[in-house]
Design a protein around this ligand. Structure first.
Ligand code: RTP
Ligand code: MG
Length: 140
C-alpha cells in the first residue's frame, strides 16, 4: 500500500476541552504521521468555503457557526492508505454509531460536535490540504 496524505481538523469541541494532544496521539497510534499542523481561528469565509459542498444541507449554518466558534487545529497526515486509515480511527460521523476505540466514540459529544474532520477521498484530501497549507509548510 502506498504512503499517501490526508487532511484532518481537530474541531472546536476538542480544542475547547484541551484534547489536541489526545486526538493527535490516537492519530499517531493509528500509524499516521503529522507532517504539517497549525492552530487557526477560522473566518466565516474559510468555514463557508471549506464546507461549500454541504451548503444545501440543513445543518450547514450550524456547522459553519460551530467551526468558527473557537480555534481548530488543521493537520496534514501521512501514512499507508492515509485517507482510509484516518476515516477508520475517526469512526462514524455520529458518535452513537462509532465503533469502540475510535476518536468519535471515545471523545465526541454529538453528531455536530464530533471532534475531528477527515478527508473522504484522495482527491478531496489534495483540495483540502491546498485550502489551508502551502507546499513549504508540509515537511514529510
Ligand atoms: P467530516 O466531513 O467532518 O470528516 O465528517 P463526515 O464525512 O463523517 O460527515 P459529513 O457528512 O461530511 O458531514 C460534515 C460534518 O457536518 C456535521 N454534521 N452535522 N446535524 C447533523 O445532522 C449533521 N450531520 C453532519 C458533522 O460535524 C460532520 O462531521
Ligand atoms: Mg465529510
Amino acid at each position: 500500500m502506498a504512503v499517501t496524505r490526508t487532511f484532518s481538523i481537530i474541531k472546536p469541541d476538542a480544542t475547547r476541552r484541551n484534547l489536541t494532544g489526545a486526538v493527535t496521539k490516537m492519530l499517531e497510534d493509528a500509524g499516521l504521521r503529522v507532517v504539517a499542523s497549525k492552530r487557526i481561528h477560522m473566518t466565516r469565509e474559510q468555514a463557508e468555503g471549506f464546507y461549500a459542498v454541504h451548503k444545501d444541507r440543513p445543518f450547514f449554518g450550524e456547522l459553519v457557526e460551530f467551526m468558527m466558534s473557537e480555534p481548530v487545529v488543521v493537520q496534514v497526515l501521512e501514512g499507508e492508505d492515509a485517507v482510509a486509515r484516518n476515516r477508520e480511527v475517526m469512526g462514524a460521523t455520529n458518535p452513537a454509531d462509532a465503533a469502540p476505540g475510535t476518536i468519535r466514540k471515545e471523545l465526541a459529544l454529538s453528531i455536530g460536535e464530533n471532534t475531528v474532520h477527515g478527508s473522504d477521498s484522495e482527491e478531496n484530501a489534495a483540495i483540502e490540504i491546498a485550502f489551508f497549507f502551502s507546499d513549504e509548510e508540509i515537511v514529510g
